[in-house]
Design a protein around this ligand. Structure first.
Ligand code: BDR
Ligand code: CA
Length: 319
C-alpha cells in the first residue's frame, strides 16, 4: 500500500510514523508536516529527525500549512506543550537531521501525488485537516481521483477532548474537516470513540528500551513522557494517531458505521463531528466512522512492529 502521512508531530504522530516505517506492507511516499501539537516548522523538523534516527533518511518531508484556513495565524495551546513537551517529542533530545525539507509545499505535494497515484494512494492525516482541504480547494479535480483518506479526528459517541464537543484535530480547523467530509472523498474517521480504547503501556516501552538501539531508547523516553501526561487510570497512553494507520493497514480490526457526517463550524459546539440522520435516509453516507476496535489485535501489532523496527535500526547502525 502506498501512503502519505500528514502529521503534527507530536508524540503519537511520531508513533504513527514509526508504525508505518516498521510495516513492510506500507510504502511511505512522503510526509507532510502541519501545525497543531506543534508549530509546522517544529513538526517538520521532528519528522526529519525521526526518519534519520529510524534509518529512513530518504523519505521526502514537505512543509504544510501553518494555520487554519479561516485564520491568519496559529498560537500553540499550552496543553499541547504540556502533553507533548515544549519540543513536541516529550523533551527528549534527538540528533538534528542533516537534511532539510523539500522545496515543494506540502499542499502541492499532495496534489501531485494524488494525480500520479490516484486510487492507489492512501493518505493518513493525524493533525488538523487543513492541508487536505487546501489541496481540494486549490485543485478540486483531485476529488475524483483520490483514494482512501483515513483521519485521526472527531468523536461521534463520546465527548471531545478539548471541549465537551470537540476533538483536538477537528477543533483546530472545523471548516477544513467539514470541507473534507462533504467533498465526496472516501473518508474513514478514526476518532476518540476508538482511539481511547487502545492503550500502550510501559511494558512496551520497556521492550523498546531493551533493543539497545538509539531509536528504541528515544521512543521509549518519548512515550514514557506521554504516558506520564495521561491520567493514571488509563494505565498507559491512548493510541490516537497509530489507530489511523491501523485502520488503513487492517480495516478488519475496526467496526465502521457508514454515516452522513458534517462538522459544526461556529459557536460553542465548533469542532463537533455530527451525523445527519436526514441525509443518511437519503442514502448518502460520506464517512465511515469507526465505532469499535479489536484493541488487543491492534495493540499487539503496533507493539511487535515498533519493537522489530527498533531492533532493525540497532542492527543497521552496527553494520
Ligand atoms: C489528537 O490530537 C493530538 O494531540 C494528537 O496528536 C492526536 O492527533 C488527539 O485528539
Ligand atoms: Ca496528531
Amino acid at each position: 500500500m502506498k501512503m502519505i502521512l500528514d502529521l503534527d508531530t507530536g508524540i503519537d504522530d511520531g508513533m504513527a510514523l514509526a508504525y508505518v516505517l516498521g510495516s513492510e506492507d506500507i510504502e511511505l511516499l512522503g510526509v507532510v508536516g502541519t501545525y497543531g501539537n506543534v508549530y509546522t516548522e517544529n513538526g517538520v523538523q521532528n519528522v526529519l529527525n525521526i526518519l534519520e534516527m529510524c534509518q529512513a533518511p530518504s523519505i521526502p518531508v514537505y512543509e504544510g500549512e501553518k494555520h487554519a484556513i479561516k485564520k491568519s495565524g496559529f498560537l500553540r495551546l499550552e496543553v499541547s506543550a504540556r502533553i507533548h513537551g515544549e519540543n513536541g517529542v516529550g523533551q527528549v533530545s534527538m540528533k538534528k537531521a542533516q537534511r532539510r525539507k523539500e522545496e515543494l509545499s506540502g499542499v502541492d505535494f499532495l496534489i501531485s501525488a494524488v494525480k500520479k497515484y490516484k486510487k492507489d494512494l492512501v493518505i493518513a492525516a493525524t493533525g488538523p485537516m487543513t492541508n487536505l482541504a487546501s489541496a481540494i480547494i486549490k485543485a478540486p479535480e483531485i476529488i475524483e481521483m483520490m483514494g482512501p483518506v483515513v483521519i485521526m479526528g472527531g468523536a461521534l459517541t463520546i465527548p471531545g477532548n478539548v471541549t465537551p464537543y470537540a476533538e483536538a484535530n477537528i477543533s483546530q480547523d472545523p471548516y477544513a474537516a467539514k470541507l473534507l467530509f462533504e467533498s465526496g472523498v472516501d473518508v474513514t474517521m478514526v476518532g476518540l470513540d476508538v482511539t481511547q480504547r487502545s492503550v500502550l503501556t510501559k511494558e512496551s516501552t520497556g521492550k523498546w528500551r531493551e533493543t539497545g538501539s538509539v531509536a528504541g531508547m528515544v521512543f521509549a523516553d518519548m512515550v514514557d513522557y506521554y504516558i506520564g501526561e495521561h491520567d493514571s487510570s488509563v494505565g498507559g497512553c491512548f493510541l490516537h494517531d497509530p489507530s489511523a494507520v491501523a485502520a488503513a493497514k487492517n480495516p478488519k480490526w475496526f467496526q465502521m458505521l457508514p454515516m452522513h457526517m458534517t462538522v459544526v463550524t461556529e459557536g460553542e459546539a465548533a469542532g463537533r463531528t455530527i451525523g445527519s440522520q436526514e441525509r443518511l435516509r437519503e442514502g448518502n453516507p460520506n464517512v465511515k466512522v469507526c465505532i469499535g476496535v479489536d484493541d488487543k489485535a491492534m495493540e499487539k501489532d503496533l507493539d511487535d512492529t515498533l519493537q522489530n523496527l527498533f531492533i532493525r535500526c540497532g542492527k543497521a547502525r552496527e553494520d
